[in-house]
Design a protein around this ligand. Structure first.
Ligand SMILES: Nc1ncnc2c1ncn2[C@@H]1O[C@H](COP(=O)(O)OP(=O)(O)OP(=O)(O)O)[C@@H](O)[C@H]1O
Ligand SMILES: [Mg+2]
Length: 359
């Protein structure tokens, strides 16, 4: 188990990691995700021991390792740029750390073959990196890391140099590898799709702080704040400025842009300005009498099984997911309703006030 307790990091006067608390359990696949510059790589490098920790504790299996040098931590790291040795074969690249430790050649060969088997590199052991595809090179870089039998493997955006088809394939391979090694993984990416598809636990970072920690679908359905709500999910959750008024003790009225007006079963929201979050799949085309708002279709994006409509105005676009074969065209005026059980209400500064399905 790796535990970060109120960990901080400064570059000069600039605080880039602002008191992070995170626990990753043994065998867990944890993904740290967030926009560029939020501190993902810095945090990972602090775990690896490549960056110092200014305050707080880094605890690995019960031992504080803040001051343990990188090579004594039993942690391996795979970087985005995987810099293999070009003059060495795949086998020599994978076995390099063992040859540095003067392990006997036959034993190195045995361990290299074991790793190559897991990574499906068996046929390629005598090739040089120049004669490999991007995905194969990435697997060699992973092989170089796992041959050390680390208790913890850190990945920093390992797939960002690969094309999209190969990324999808490598996502599946990394998950398989994680299962086979039963290793603990901390994986850094700015890509929320990678986080959603691979993680047991997602840690969303925002400007050096933890915005939320949880399993993928928890973050998707019950974000703690507007940042997580709009970061997780594609297309993004729609966020609309609304005004809340009380209809009765257990009913709140919501008024929003485009003449939006409807009632939520709710006993807790107080009156005033707020922000409503609703995902594209939770807005439905309805009969005019049932409409919460009527909006003009601006863009129709057909993806086959589903179609995304962008409706409303340039100042206030709303994205709606509809069936693939709908016949809407730009310029059509269409009545819509939000699924009221799936509406999130945030405070003007982005804190969650009412979660979806809370009613
Ligand atoms: N050596 C350094 N000196 C000063 N500031 C730094 C240094 N390294 C990183 N930073 C700053 O620290 C912040 C976090 O950087 P970091 O590399 O951890 O971001 P990241 O989340 O990995 O971003 P990306 O997705 O672009 O890789 C950024 O604002 C960056 O400019
Ligand atoms: Mg980075």
């Amino acid at each position: 188990m790796i535990h970060l307790n109120n960990v901080r990091k400064f570059y000069g006067a600039l605080e880039v990691i602002k008191g992070v608390d995170v626990t990753v359990e043994d065998g867990e696949f944890a993904v740290f995700v967030g926009p560029s510059g939020c501190g993902k790589s810095t945090l990972l490098r602090m775990i690896a021991g490549l960056e110092g920790i200014d305050s707080g504790d880094l605890v690995l299996n019960g031992t504080r390792i803040n001051d343990v040098p990188p090579d004594k931590r039993g942690i391996a790291m795979v970087f985005q740029s995987y810099a293999l040795y070009p003059h060495m074969t795949v086998a020599e690249n994978i076995g390099f750390s063992l040859s540095l430790k003067k392990v006997a050649p036959a034993e190195i060969r045995r361990q290299v073959e074991e790793v190559a088997e897991i990574l499906q590199l068996g046929e390629l052991l005598d090739r040089r990196p120049g004669a490999l595809s991007g995905g194969q090179r990435q697997r060699v870089a992973i092989g170089r890391a796992i041959i050390k039998k680390p208790a913890l493997i850190l990945f920093d955006e390992p797939l960002s140099n690969l094309d999209s088809a190969l990324r999808v394939q490598m996502r599946a391979e990394l998950q398989r590898l994680h299962r086979e090694l039963s290793a603990t993984v901390v994986y850094v990416t700015h890509d929320q799709v990678e986080a959603m598809t691979m993680a047991d636990k997602i840690v969303v970072l925002n400007q050096g702080t933890v915005a939320q920690v949880g399993p993928p679908m928890d973050l998707y359905h019950r974000p703690d704040n507007e940042f997580v709500a709009t970061f997780i999910g594609s297309p993004k959750m729609n966020i609309l400025p609304v005004a809340v008024t009380r209809e009765s003790a257990d009913r709140a009225h919501i008024a929003g842009p485009l003449g939006m007006s409807f009632v939520l079963a709710d006993a807790s929201l107080s009156e005033g300005p707020a922000r409503m979050g609703v995902r594209p799949e939770h807005i439905k085309v309805v009969d005019t009498q049932a409409a919460h708002f009527v909006a003009e279709v601006a863009i129709v994006e057909r993806l086959g099984v589903e179609t995304y409509l962008t409706v409303g105005s340039i100042e206030q676009p709303i994205v709606v997911r509809v069936e693939g074969d709908v016949t809407f065209r730009p310029g059509d005026r269409v009545p819509f309703a939000a699924e009221t059980t799936a509406c999130h209400i945030f405070s003007p500064d982005g804190r969650i006030l009412r979660s979806a399905k809370a009613a």
